[in-house]
Write a protein that binds this ligand. Sequence first.
Ligand code: DC
Length: 225
Amino acid sequence: MSDIINIAIDGPAGAGKSTIAKKLAAKTGFIYVDTGAMYRALTLYLMRKNIRPDDVAAIEQVLDDIDITLEYEDGMQIVKLNGENVNDKIRTQEIGLNTSTASKNKCVRTKLLSLQRNIAATNNVIMDGRDIGSFVLPDAKVKIYLTASASKRAYRRWLELKEKGECGDVKQIEKEIIERDEQDMSRENSPLVQAPDAVLVDTSDMNIEQVVDTLYEIYRRAANE
Ligand code: DC
């Protein structure tokens, strides 16, 4: 039996998955793998080529030209698109929505799947996304479904923007979050669902430290089983 332990964290947009996963990674010494960043980098390529995220035929034609790789510097994930570090270029709301559309395509998902599974096969990882517990890592030792009310998630996103000196309309952010949830949950390929063996954690009324402590406790119990 392999000693590798994988932790899968899934949930809707803005549930705090990446913030929590990064802190949990620091606490456990596991590698944090942000799969959303991989889909975002691929979508950035499409946008630069003026390919619509729903144009399956055009996407299929360029998929072989897209190389997504992950590197780590001081524990931080760097996602590279054809060798270019795109970490700072993939975080806009527009890329978020386009990524949600592009990631519906089976060919896009298949392309990133083996990269995700290979990392998890050889490393203890905390991997977050939409289909990690349900599809990418069905045997993960720990599965968490992290969620919060749409209004709370929108408010947190709005605060994040404000802290960066950007302004946003909280109602508009909530509308886009709901739109993205619907698209991610209703798609045919690997929709966002809570895996039957995942633990549901609703963070609507929790602060970051409480969520990290809750997840760490779930991990500790599972690791000792
Ligand atoms: O987690 P995020 O906001 O960075 O994800 C952006 C989009 O990528 C999300 O709306 C759907 C897609 N995605 C996916 O389909 N599967 C994953 N494992 C991760 C993200």
